[in-house]
Structures are given as C-alpha cells and as structure tokens.
Ligand binder design. Sequence first.
Ligand code: F6R
Length: 369
Amino acid sequence: EKGGFPSFMEKEIHDQPDAVLQTLLGRSDIDGKLTLDELRIDPALLKSVNKIIVLACGTSAYAGQVAKYAIEHWCRIPTEVELSHEFRYRDPIVDANTLIVSISQSGETMDTLMAVRYAKEQGAKTVSICNTNGSTIPRESDAVLYTHAGPEIAVASTKAFLAQITAAYLLGLYLAQLRGNKFQGEIKDILADLGKIPAKIQEILDNEEPIKELGRSMADAKSVLFLGRHVGYPVAMEGALKLKELAYIHAEGFAAGELKHGPIALIEEGQPVFVVVPSPRGRDSLHAKVVSNIQEVRARGAKTIVIAEEGDEAVTAYAEHVFYIPESPTLLAPLLATVPLQIFALALASAKGYDVDQPRNLAKSVTVE
Ligand code: F6R
C-alpha cells in the first residue's frame, strides 16, 4: 500500500503530480471557463462578497496564506488568513457579505470546526476546502470544494497541501470569473499554466537525489532557517514546519524582508539558510531583493541553500547549493518550490532514523481544541 516506497510520506510526496491533476480535473471546460457547479452556492451570493476570511491550522493555514496573494490579485476582494483557534477569540468582524473559506485536510480539526460554526452564527457564508469526503467541516458548511489528493496517511501533510493551494486557486478564479473583473482574459491562461504543474512536479521528483543527499548530510544540524518573500514566505514557513515535525530540529520561516528587523542576528558561521527565490521573470524587483537577502546572510557566514527557477544564474555566486525548479508564473511557484523542502525534511529525518509517518507527539487529525 506504500506503493513500493519506504514510507507513506515518501509515497504521498510522489503522489503529488496526481493530487494536483485530480484536483483540477473536471472543473473547467475547454474554453477555459470554470464550472464549479458542485459548490451549489448561489452565484449572486458569491458576487456580493466583500471580504474573505480563510480559516485553517498548520499546513492548511500556509496553503491559505499562499492563496491570499492569488485571490486578492485576481478578485480584488480583501482576504485575511487566520488561524482558526485565534479567530474566535478576537471578536472578528463577520457578516452576511463575508465569505469564510475553511481549509482542512481531515475535515475534523476541532479548532477549525468551531471557528466555522462561530462564523456561521454571525451570518457568514462558509465554503470548505477539504480532502475527506463527508467529514464534519464540509457537512456543516454551506458549500464544499473537495481536494482530490486521495487519502493522506502520513501525519505530516504533503500532497494535501498542494491540492489545497490548487483548490483555493480554482475558487479564486471562479470568484474572479463571476465578478467579471479585468482578469477575465487571464483566467484561461492561468488554468492552462495550472494544467502544466503536474508534469513539472514530476520533473522535480525525477531529480530528487541531490536534495535527498543534502538532507542526509545535514542530519546533525541544530537549526535551519527558511526565507521567502511574497508567496515564497508561506512556502518557507511550510518548509520549516516539515523539519520541526519530522526531524525535531529547530526551524523557522521568515519573510526575507524581515531579516534586517531582527532575525539576521541569528546568522553565524555555518548556519544553514534555505532561500526560496521568486522567478526573475516575475513582477517588480522581488527577485533582486531576495538575491540581495541571500548575499546578506552569506556575508555573515550562512550556509545558503537556494531554491530557484531553472536558468536563474544570479543566485549561483551566493549559494552553497542550488536546487532548480521548472519555470512557472510567480503565483504558481509554491506548487513547485515546496516539493524540494518536503524531500529535504523527509531525507534528513530518515537519516536520523525517525519514523516519518508517525512523528512523536502528533496526531493526524486534531479533534480536540
Ligand atoms: C502539518 C500538519 C498539521 C495540519 C493541521 C491541520 O504537516 O499535518 O499542521 O496541517 O493540523 O489539519 P487539517 O488540514 O486536517 O485541518
């Protein structure tokens, strides 16, 4: 049942091309129009939404943070992402024009369920992005958009994360389509680019040996930092979470721009720092800014490990190790950049002899508050 892999986690990492593909399938027509009739929520209602709040915990919350960049860009609807367990206790502003999007692999996370119930009581409309058919959160929500990643057995989430980003993007594109804003023309292109993601993930998996080797060689690391900007920021936090969960190593993800506001003080000789670099073809000066962040930590002795887009030569001078991912539009890059980080954590934890499917102290679904 592990498909020939030594662990469920490794299998599930390798299931990711299919997890994304299955989540995309049947949700748009050949003209590039999204057909999310399964949502069964009145389109007029969705049109009247003036605020989106994404509620989730852990990895699912990082998927929400990635999606926020895309949803705000495509829909121009203010979008917040909040940890479910924080949301309820701060007297949040929620009304009938608020769309709550909960994200949960299991559909049973008590913190998220309670947050969704609370939002419903305040009159909000609730959509669930969920990987588990018929589970509690989708049953209690007004609508559901299932991720079709297939059952995720390993405690640490991998394929569900990529499927959640994919589903949240489809929801964002659907809202943009309904609202008929200026991104109409782009929807078809983005869908086409999403369609190319599974093959690109496969390409990363086919070339996983060097990152595995790096993971094995770093089994003695005491602390690993991860930096990213824009959508690379939640990817950095997800990379850090995988390492904490699986390898029991101190790991932290930072927004690269925040470095100079404090975290750079942590950098000393030999400190491993992963940097998720945005595409040099992307907008603004994002790429240049991140490259200078790599220089800054390198100059202070960091061991820099860079995830960059194929053909990006600008990073090589400052990187101890570079792992290239295939080209993609900036917003889709998290579906690729996350994969080497997962493989790294898996390899490092395996080298330490830990059970990657059942890390200590963790449960697959957290059904207590
Ligand atoms: C991370 C992980 C957890 C879950 C979190 C939410 O690898 O597995 O952080 O993502 O407990 O779980 P769901 O998505 O089931 O609500």
